[in-house]
Design a protein around this ligand. Structure first.
Ligand SMILES: Cc1cc2nc3c(=O)[nH]c(=O)nc-3n(C[C@H](O)[C@H](O)[C@H](O)COP(=O)(O)OP(=O)(O)OC[C@H]3O[C@@H](n4cnc5c(N)ncnc54)[C@H](O)[C@@H]3O)c2cc1C
Ligand code: SF4
Length: 339
């Protein structure tokens, strides 16, 4: 019997790329193939990275090595305005262009190019499944808050520090005074508030893109892999790659040559475990209060009130961190569920 094509793949890149990627290194896999199959022509790639002040913005790079700057999810809206203009210019000059971003960013790019009647034959677009993005201002404010607490400028920050684990969103911060914090309570508030859906922009609750992707390829974390493909070793992260059109056949073939794991899904069961693939994020009950408190009382106040800054919360954070580190978290969760 012929296998049904879902065009959705579980994907794990080679080990050397996994520590810098948020899940299975899907983005780097695609970037590598993009530069290798277009090696006879001029190529540019666009993605989100930190600038020297740790603001998030889209940059243009011209090599596969350059795309490594885009790795790692930054849970902040990336400034794309210059990138749209540059990508359009590149296409007009005959470049092969890889553009990656949130589904709304890909939509804006495509609409801009369409309205200017730019030929998009040489454009490859990749979007990430998107839970929502916080505005740049709140990230800036949080950055200043932890810099003030530390008494030093923040040099580097990771919202998902892979060496400390794929799941659980461990953060990493390095300050100019040389101090480094890995998955520490002191630098965890932003991600805690993001995961409570309090930081994302109001407009994201009306997002029209889940299930209506305009890209060539959509990538996401493969949550639920342990139920869908239990035989796979998932410790270092797994991505989902969904191909939306037939132009991607060559890319798909090359990807499977490079990949450590690339398995096409037999059915749509993976959708159950990733809410934002087909659904928008729901606005939490506390959202309006959070923002009112933030405007009136500032970042320190909302951190205490909504991210939990008490001794009890700090102990809870450390206990969960230890359980995750020792691999006992799921055993404990199962025991508590049964009790
Ligand atoms: C704001 C945000 C929300 C997300 N929500 C979900 C979700 O709900 N469910 C889910 O399964 N996955 C989500 N992801 C995607 C996920 O984190 C991974 O990017 C995806 O699994 C691909 O894995 P990877 O290993 O290739 O990651 P990586 O190599 O870390 O992916 C890098 C790619 O992400 C892009 N990127 C990083 N930060 C941003 C940003 N701020 N704006 C635009 N593009 C960015 C880069 O340009 C690059 O293309 C989200 C990512 C972001 C940035
Ligand atoms: S949730 Fe939707 S509107 Fe918000 S950043 Fe993501 S794609 Fe854009």
């Amino acid at each position: 019997m012929n296998k049904k094509h879902t065009n959705a793949f579980a994907y794990i890149n080679q080990d050397e790329y996994l520590n810098v990627s948020s899940s299975g290194g899907a983005f780097l896999g695609i970037a590598k193939v993009f530069f290798s199959i277009n090696k006879d022509g001029r190529c540019s790639a666009y993605g989100a990275c930190f600038d020297e002040n740790l603001n998030v913005r889209h940059e243009r790079v011209l090599t596969f090595e350059g795309t490594k700057r885009f790795c790692g999810s930054k849970y902040v809206q990336s400034d794309c305005l210059e990138a749209y203009k540059k990508a359009k210019k590149d296409l007009l000059e005959g470049y092969n262009v890889l553009f990656t971003g949130t589904p709304c960013q890909i939509s804006v790019l495509k609409n801009t190019l369409k309205s200017s009647e730019v030929n998009v034959e040489k454009l490859l677009t990749v979007d990430i499944v998107c839970h929502g993005t916080p505005k740049a201002e709140i990230w800036k404010e949080y950055k200043s808050y932890i810099e003030q607490k530390e008494g030093s400028k923040l040099k580097f920050f990771s919202f998902r520090y892979k060496p400390a684990g794929w799941k659980g969103y461990p953060t990493f911060a390095e300050f100019e005074n040389g101090k480094k914090y890995i998955n520490s309570y002191k630098i965890s508030h932003f991600i805690t508030l993001f995961r409570k859906d309090l930081l994302i922009q109001q407009g994201c609750f009306n997002c029209i893109f889940p299930g209506h992707y305009q890209s060539d390829i959509t990538i996401a974390d493969f949550w639920g892999i342990e139920f869908c493909l239990p035989e796979i070793d998932t410790k270092k992260g797994v991505s989902i790659m969904i191909f939306h059109n037939e132009q991607c056949e060559e890319i798909k073939k090359c990807l499977s040559n490079y990949a450590k794991v690339m398995i096409e899904m037999d059915d749509d069961s993976y959708l159950i475990y990733n809410h934002n693939l087909l659904n928008k994020t729901l606005k939490p009950k506390e959202y309006d209060d959070f923002w009112q408190d933030y405007k009136q009382q500032g970042i320190g106040f909302v951190i205490c009130k909504y991210a939990g800054n008490s001794l009890k919360e700090k102990i809870k954070f450390e206990v969960i961190r230890m359980l995750r580190y020792t691999g006992l978290l799921y055993t404990v969760k199962r025991m508590m569920h049964k009790a």
